[in-house]
Design a protein around this ligand. Structure first.
Ligand SMILES: C[S@@+](CC[C@H](N)C(=O)[O-])C[C@H]1O[C@@H](n2cnc3c(N)ncnc32)[C@H](O)[C@@H]1O
Length: 327
């Protein structure tokens, strides 16, 4: 039997000693068998914690995907193997903290989209699309945007939203009649549409045209902040978070569109933990409110859209506030 197959077999048997011997004699821990599964996936599927640990310590990739887009963590999670799941979750968080491999590769829609702000966009009733037929924003997110608006408007006062898109969250924010409602939008056509549809005329609305990175000096501090851009990376979100101590008033609520790795359940959990850890280091506590989304996401929703940026049944709405406010 080839070495890779022997590794898979030892992983299935949970034989950590055999795995070590095979690895010492040069067996490839990144091996994919005929079904497209790695030794780590086999060990995770059957809940062999020691084998999972041994493979990870020997450099087995925690984020390799099977042909059906499942990682070892997904297998452990689906089978309810808690120990293996915890080991993989920890490994994923540690790896992403140091390397940020997924973050550097994927933006909201799981793709590189650097030229988005210079390209044309198109609006229809139920979506806003970029020039490559990828959805910038879709109407199925309306209930989520309403929930985000409710969270960031809960303390009243002054509200900031980054990224207008279809104006769903801003329409919902308006229902709460905030003292002021600042909207930052960087795409010229989206901005032009906002003006054309009367947003600039609203008494409490202040529109700032430009990339949030460029207009930071024009911003003040707010009681509620929502962040939802497009064509950016996790690192941009992380950079935005560095400004929260200045942008968010004491007692304020911050939330962001949580589409982090929305195509894979386990990667999503890893990123929810990661973002919450990073916010914690900045002095913010994050609560995730689970919202079921399965029912608003039939196959027809994605007709004509190049990439399904969301494939999970539950949306975890983040609500962040300063730890000082909780004491
Ligand atoms: C996903 S949409 C926002 C959807 C919005 N939450 C809603 O409820 O309709 C993202 C928006 O962010 C804008 N955007 C992208 N990058 C930006 C940046 N760096 N600064 C400000 N706006 C940006 C896009 O043009 C787009 O209108």
């Amino acid at each position: 039997m080839a070495e890779g197959e022997q590794l898979c077999e030892a992983a299935r048997n949970g034989d950590a000693e055999k795995l070590k011997t095979l690895i010492e004699t040069g067996a490839d821990v990144s091996y994919f068998d005929g079904d497209g599964l790695t030794p780590l996936m086999h060990a995770a599927k059957l809940g062999h914690g020691d084998a999972v640990k041994t493979l990870l310590e020997s450099g087995a990739p925690w984020n390799a995907l099977s042909p059906s887009n499942l990682s070892a963590g997904d297998f452990a999670m689906d089978a309810g193997h808690e120990e293996a799941y915890d080991i993989l979750l920890n490994a994923g968080i540690q790896a992403e903290l140091v390397l940020g491999t997924i973050a550097r590769k994927e933006n909201k829609n799981g793709d590189v989209n650097g030229d988005y702000l210079e390209d044309r966009v198109s609006f229809s009733e139920d979506k806003l699309m970029d020039s490559d037929s990828k959805a910038v924003m879709m109407a199925w997110e309306k209930p989520l945007m309403e929930a985000h608006a409710k969270a960031v408007c809960s303390g009243g006062g002054h509200v900031l939203n980054i990224g207008f898109g279809m104006g769903l969250v801003d329409t919902a924010i308006q229902q709460y009649s905030p003292a002021s409602h600042t909207i930052v939008e960087a795409h010229p056509e989206v901005y032009e549409r906002m003006v054309r549809t009367g947003w600039a005329q609203k008494d409490n609305v202040n529109i700032i045209f430009g990339r949030w990175q460029d207009v930071l000096p024009q911003l003040q501090s707010y009681d509620g902040i929502f962040f939802d851009t497009y064509g950016e990376y996790y690192e941009d979100l992380r950079e935005f978070h560095q400004h929260l101590p200045v942008l968010l008033k004491p007692g304020g609520i911050y939330s962001f569109f949580n589409g982090l790795c929305g195509g894979n359940a386990f990667f999503h959990v890893v990123y929810c933990h990661l973002v919450s850890l990073e916010l914690q280091n900045l002095g913010y506590s994050t609560q995730f409110i689970p919202l079921p989304v399965k029912d608003c996401l039939g196959e027809q929703v994605w007709e004509g859209v190049k990439q399904k940026y969301w494939q999970l049944d539950t949306y975890y709405l983040p609500v962040c506030q300063s730890v000082d406010d909780l004491e």
